[in-house]
Design a protein around this ligand. Structure first.
Ligand code: NAD
Length: 293
């Protein structure tokens, strides 16, 4: 079994981005600028946004955070989005999800200018992705595809089972794996909570992508010998083996599955670090106007 090291791959890409930005600054171009809109005080959202800020700093990108209280109205938030759409200093921005219940998330996503939608959640970017046009690809699926590419894992003609159909992970990664591209060209089965015989379907897979949101739910009997296993899940569970009393685990029963498969992403250190770096990749593309010209 070989580990797919997301941390190391993300570091390599970080260096590549840093070098490219240094080159831009040398030529008197402005460095790319990513903004994040943070609503309320959800600790997980705060952690994600501060992680993104730190990552920007490390590569020489500018970053700004627009913080708003949880009781901001939908209309006010749409005005913030409109402001960022029109601000020429900002190359790309994200609205950190989830939003409070009184705000229609989809309405906010659709208000973002697709040219600045570096999260790739806008229907225009999703539609462009489906039809194979240049598009911002959502960060986690882009991170997964980058890992498959950098580890030169053959996907063409392979039987790929994606477990989970969320708009941010399962559905887009299923589309990317089936697209006429490299990596891609796989035969994809997209499984979800209503799938019958998940175990039998997963056991046929050459490549399993697990984005279920349930710790350890992909067990060894669901995995064919020498399959490639990509674990997207992240869960903080109690542990008496760590100082903090917690440890991070994925959707896959790593200890048993890793004995059977050919490649596996660990948690932590697999898909997670690739997600932030993919957001930076998208922001760099936005500043170079690579997608929309
Ligand atoms: P989600 O809850 O939106 O979607 C989960 C999907 O799993 C759903 O489509 C559901 O139909 C499916 N599902 C649930 N139970 C199932 C079952 N028993 N059998 C088959 N399918 C089942 O979750 P999400 O946002 O896609 O995230 C999935 C996991 O990935 C979570 O643990 C999340 O924390 C993690 N995540 C990690 C990153 C990262 O950067 N590593 C990014 C996003 C999400």
């Amino acid at each position: 079994m070989k580990l797919i090291d997301g941390r190391k791959t993300a570091e390599l890409i970080k260096e590549e981005i840093k070098k490219e930005i240094a080159g831009m600054i040398d030529k008197n171009d402005k460095s790319p600028h990513l903004a994040a809109v943070l609503v309320g005080d959800d600790p997980a959202s705060q952690t994600y946004v501060s992680g993104k800020e730190k990552a920007c700093k490390k590569v020489g990108m500018m970053s700004s955070v627009y913080k708003h209280p949880a009781n901001i109205s939908e209309k006010e938030l749409l005005e913030v989005v409109d402001f960022l759409n029109g601000d020429p200093e900002i190359d790309g921005f994200i609205v950190q999800l989830p939003l409070p219940d009184h705000i229609n998330e989809q309405k906010v996503i659709e208000a973002i200018d697709p040219r600045k939608d570096v999260d790739g959640f806008h229907p225009v970017n999703l539609g462009r992705m489906i039809t194979g046009m240049p598009a911002y690809i959502p960060a986690t699926p882009l991170g997964i595809m980058t890992l498959l590419e950098r580890y030169e894992i053959e996907t063409e003609g392979k039987n790929c089972v994606v477990i989970g159909r969320s708009n941010i992970v399962g559905t887009p990664v299923g589309i990317l794996m089936s697209r006429k591209s490299d990596p891609g060209n796989a035969t994809v089965t997209l499984c979800h909570s209503k799938t019958e015989n998940l175990k039998d379907i997963a056991a046929q897979a050459d490549i399993i992508i697990a984005a279920i949101g349930k710790a350890g739910s992909v067990t060894a009997d669901m995995v064919k010998k020498d399959a490639v296993v990509i674990d997207v899940g992240i869960h903080r569970i109690k542990s008496n083996q760590t100082k903090t009393g917690y440890k991070l685990v994925g959707d896959v029963d790593f200890d048993r599955v890793s004995k059977k498969c050919s490649y596996i992403t660990p948690v932590p250190g697999g898909v997670g670090p690739m997600t932030i770096i993919s957001l930076l990749t998208n922001t760099l593309k936005a500043s170079k106007k690579e997608i929309y010209g």
